[in-house]
Design a protein around this ligand. Structure first.
Ligand SMILES: *[C@@H]1O[C@H](CO)[C@@H](O)[C@H](O)[C@H]1NC(C)=O
Ligand SMILES: *[C@@H]1O[C@H](CO)[C@@H](O)[C@H](O)[C@H]1NC(C)=O
Ligand SMILES: *[C@@H]1O[C@H](CO)[C@@H](O)[C@H](O)[C@H]1NC(C)=O
Ligand SMILES: *[C@@H]1O[C@H](CO)[C@@H](O)[C@H](O)[C@H]1NC(C)=O
Ligand SMILES: *[C@@H]1O[C@H](CO)[C@@H](O)[C@H](O)[C@H]1NC(C)=O
Ligand SMILES: *[C@@H]1O[C@H](CO)[C@@H](O)[C@H](O)[C@H]1NC(C)=O
Ligand SMILES: *[C@@H]1O[C@H](CO)[C@@H](O)[C@H](O)[C@H]1NC(C)=O
Ligand SMILES: *[C@@H]1O[C@H](CO)[C@@H](O)[C@H](O)[C@H]1NC(C)=O
Ligand SMILES: *[C@@H]1O[C@H](CO)[C@@H](O)[C@H](O)[C@H]1NC(C)=O
Ligand SMILES: *[C@@H]1O[C@H](CO)[C@@H](O)[C@H](O)[C@H]1NC(C)=O
Ligand SMILES: *[C@@H]1O[C@H](CO)[C@@H](O)[C@H](O)[C@H]1NC(C)=O
Ligand SMILES: *[C@@H]1O[C@H](CO)[C@@H](O)[C@H](O)[C@H]1NC(C)=O
Length: 743
């Protein structure tokens, strides 16, 4: 019910606001006993045809009916201002002469007219409803206006060369131009001039015209170039007001206050002409007459009311018990109306739906927010617990103190890397960015900033981290700690100073120093650590991305396999994508590529390719070489078949002493590169073979550079390469201080 009443109210409001057109009814708009017409022109009060019938002399209208052949004409005051219409809204239409300027074909002036109009007080020329217009093809003209004692003028130019240039209805310079007139002018003079007395266009135009005309009352047509000659006057809109006063001033003197009707309202002038009166809403008629504003009987005009039945007219409004929208079926309500159930229902349903939608949206927002915070919490939870687990595990090993796993603070690492300065970047890859950092204790570290980790990957990341911490091996880059305060986990590694194996092989300046002996050592060490990962570690670990770029070398050319597990930090698909894109395609096991079945033998294949790099100094894929040489593995197998191996070997490693070993390593490499994974040797077999080669050949080409530590490791590794270095920071205790700085 409440809704019904509300609706009715709203509807009433809408109706009254939108009701703008008031029907003209039959009662007189003139003063009692006064004529209200001059011919067919209505003359409403305050205008009148006699002094007693008009408000004052300014509204006196003269009606000339003496010429019976013509319709009577109305003039303002006793002047020659002809009126065509009077509106109580505050405007009259005045017929004003056209200025013209005509020439004979030889260029002499034939006739000229410069009309002007000087409006009496209370009248101003409306500047938005009128336009100054020029018509002609050799024409320019001005409009001169006066406001108070100031003069204003404006003008425009209309030209054309042929009649064909002219466009029906277009008034923008071709044969016709228009411009706005100055504001609130009370007198106006229009003049038309010609440039060349129409000598160039006299075959179709020899007159120019200028006039101020009601916008919309004149539409240009090419015919007007001549037809306007016979038109004398055109309508112009003139605003009028009662007195040069505003409403509050006028209401102080009720005797002279013009809004006489009880139901009238005063309207303030925008400027110039004076105040005006209007009938209040719901009334119509003449506000200037004592009983001028009459109630509108809305019930008589269906377009004015909204009633189905029982329309009841009131003063200024109406009321009805059953608005039209409320018809419908069902039972009558208390007022005897048929309530529109369907509308009511629709309304209720609409509101309900809206509320439900709102609630749903709020719920969704709430749960979404919760979900996000949960994910965030989970993430930090996993990270923190992961690291705790890590510490626990490492403490259980009982091998060393807590120092083994250090949880770095982000500020510590920020400081170490000079706020992750670009100059500190050592490497960039699909996995993230590696920075060089100097810790407070002057220890140099490598800090890997992973790509943002998917929350679902966090747990896996922790596992990876734990494995990485477990497999401490002399030939694996040592993880010193991690930092979990930042959005992405930061991993802190020992810093390996001599670059990657890739650099050392493929950079000509460096490769000179990479003797066969060193190469063999690197190969054996790498094979050893891979063998350990595959078989000796608690759960076999497949590196998946063995390549020369992932083998780091320290000052003693000890191989340090890096990027271990890091690729698994990245989602699987991304890792593969980046692997392909980054061109480690050359290392990829073809069987694995075909079957997607990852086995330890894939690492064997990749290692085989690294062996080839060591042997030949060529890159795994070299696109600058002829087609058959692009893939190093295929090319190597090809040369081996053709017995041309020694043509592609690195020059500075081949000598009589090494020849035999090189042949052996080549054979080993060939086995590693077998297309069938089953037929490749295991990493353990490879490692043993390489160790044997190395130890066997040791006496003949050993050099002095091996230090005590290395010899130790040489003997230790063959059988038990799983030796954990107790502590990365100084596990490999190097006597030489100059070398210490590399760790
Ligand atoms: C208007 O008034 C005239 C004369 O007063 C009358 O003859 C005519 O019927 C009225 N028309 C209407 C619609 O009231
Ligand atoms: C106008 O009204 C005044 C008095 O109200 C009267 O004396 C006068 O004669 C009237 N004039 C005309 C022209 O009716
Ligand atoms: C009425 O119009 C005619 C012809 O235009 C003119 O001769 C006459 O003087 C006018 N009468 C008045 C009272 O203006
Ligand atoms: C026109 O009206 C003014 C003032 O109303 C008056 O002074 C003037 O004499 C009148 N002129 C004519 C010709 O009636
Ligand atoms: C005259 O004014 C009335 C009232 O404003 C209007 O309805 C009518 O259309 C106008 N006539 C002309 C020819 O402008
Ligand atoms: C121009 O033509 C008009 C009429 O066509 C004529 O009266 C006038 O004398 C002519 N003037 C000259 C200078 O030819
Ligand atoms: C144009 O007409 C004016 C006035 O008749 C005259 O003074 C002028 O010389 C004419 N100019 C040309 C170019 O005919
Ligand atoms: C000029 O006429 C327009 C349209 O009739 C009207 O809206 C506007 O109020 C008028 N300007 C003045 C100053 O009366
Ligand atoms: C305005 O123009 C009229 C004639 O056009 C002139 O008499 C009057 O002095 C001018 N007024 C000003 C302020 O220039
Ligand atoms: C302008 O020309 C058109 C078309 O011939 C005509 O209908 C219209 O009345 C003319 N306008 C004037 C103001 O003469
Ligand atoms: C009316 O005009 C007077 C003086 O011109 C001014 O003081 C007053 O503020 C005006 N009132 C309004 C409502 O504009
Ligand atoms: C009205 O006119 C006066 C003086 O001409 C001007 O100062 C004022 O700004 C005008 N007001 C509006 C609303 O145009």
């Amino acid at each position: 019910m409440a809704i019904n009443k509300f609706m009715i109210l709203v509807l009433f409001q809408i109706i009254f606001v939108s009701k703008s057109v008031v029907s003209t009814s039959n009662f007189s708009l003139a003063k009692l006993n006064c004529r209200d017409r001059c011919g067919d022109i209505p003359i409403p009060y305050p205008f009148g045809l006699t002094e007693n019938c008009s408000l004052n002399e300014y509204f006196l209208v003269t009606c000339n009916e003496t010429t019976h052949s013509h319709r009577p004409k109305a003039y303002l005051m006793n002047k020659s201002i002809q009126i065509s219409n009077i509106s109580l809204d505050g405007q009259i239409r005045v017929l004003q002469y056209i200025a013209h300027d005509c020439y004979a074909p030889n260029g002499t002036s034939v006739s000229e007219n410069i009309p002007w109009i000087d409006l009496p007080n209370h009248y101003t020329i409306n500047n938005t409803a009128n336009k100054f217009t020029i018509v002609g093809c050799d024409t320019y003209g001005y409009v001169y206006g006066t406001r108070g004692n100031r003069n204003y003028s404006t003008g425009c130019t209309a030209t054309c060369n042929t009649k064909d240039d002219l466009l029906e209805g277009s008034c923008n310079g071709l044969g016709c131009c228009q411009t706005t007139i100055p504001k609130e002018i009370t007198s106006v003079k229009v003049v038309s001039y010609s440039f060349d007395n129409y000598t160039d266009v006299n075959d179709f135009n020899n007159c120019g015209y200028a006039f101020v005309v009601e916008e919309g009352a004149f539409s240009f047509s090419p015919a007007n170039l001549t037809s306007l000659r016979h038109v004398k006057k055109l309508p112009m809109v003139v605003d009028w007001g009662i007195e040069k006063k505003n409403c509050s001033e006028a209401q102080k003197h009720m005797s002279s206050y013009a809004c006489k009707s009880r139901n009238s309202e005063c309207f303030d002038p925008s400027n110039g002409s004076g105040y005006r009166c209007f009938c209040k809403k719901g009334y119509e008629g003449n506000p200037y007459l004592p009983h001028g504003c009459q109630d509108i009987d809305e019930c008589k005009d269906p377009s004015l009311n909204n009633c189905e039945r029982n329309c009841e007219n009131n003063e200024g409004s109406y009321k009805c018990s059953c608005p039209k929208l409320y018809h419908g079926d069902g039972k009558k309500d208390s007022r005897g109306c048929y309530p529109d159930k369907s509308l009511e229902l629709k309304l209720v349903a609409g509101i309900a739906l809206g509320i439900i939608a709102l609630i749903l949206a709020a719920c969704w927002a709430y749960f979404e927010l919760r979900r996000r915070t949960l994910i965030k919490m989970k993430q930090t939870f996993f990270l923190q617990n992961g690291c705790l687990l890590l510490q626990e595990k490492l403490m259980k090993r009982n091998r060393s103190s807590l120092e083994m796993v250090k949880i770095f603070t982000s500020s510590e690492l920020k400081k170490a890397t000079n706020n992750f300065d670009e100059n500190m970047i050592i490497a960039k890859g699909g996995y993230g960015i590696v920075y060089k950092g100097v810790l407070q204790n002057k220890k140099i570290v490598a800090i890997k900033k992973s790509r943002e980790v998917d929350p679902s990957q966090i747990e896996q990341f922790i596992n990876e981290l734990i494995i990485l911490m477990q497999v401490r091996h002399r030939n694996i880059v040592c993880l010193l700690g991690c930092c979990l305060e930042t959005q992405v986990p930061l991993l802190v590694y020992e810093f390996i100073g001599n670059g990657t194996l890739y650099e050392n092989i493929h950079n000509k300046d460096k490769s000179r120093f990479l003797s066969w002996e060193k190469r063999l050592k690197i190969a054996a060490e790498t094979a050893g650590v891979l063998s350990y990962l595959h078989s000796a570690a608690p759960t076999p670990i497949i590196h998946r991305d063995i390549k020369s770029a992932n083998i780091l070398l320290d000052a003693l050319f000890t191989a340090k396999v890096s990027d271990f597990g890091a690729s698994r930090l990245v989602p699987m698909d991304r890792a593969q994508l980046s692997t392909v894109v980054q061109g480690t395609l050359g290392y990829l096991d073809p069987e694995y590529m075909q079957t997607s079945q990852l086995t330890e033998k894939s690492d064997v294949y990749s290692f085989g390719v690294v062996l080839l790099e060591l042997l030949t100094g060529r890159k795994a894929l070299s696109y600058d070489k002829p087609e058959e040489e692009i893939n190093l593995a295929y090319f190597f197998l090809y040369t081996l078949r053709k017995d041309r191996l020694f043509e592609i070997l690195e020059e500075n490693i081949v000598c009589d002493e090494t020849r035999e070993q090189i042949m052996e390593v080549s054979k080993l490499a060939k086995k590693c590169l077998n297309v069938r994974g089953d037929e490749r040797p295991t990493m353990k077999e490879v490692a043993m073979e390489l160790d044997t080669l190395r130890l066997g050949g040791r006496n003949s080409w050993a050099r002095v550079e091996d230090n005590q530590e290395e010899i130790e490791s040489l003997f230790g590794e063959g059988l038990n390469s799983i030796s954990f270095s107790d502590d990365c920071s100084d596990g490999i205790t190097v006597q030489d201080d100059s070398i210490r700085s590399y760790y």
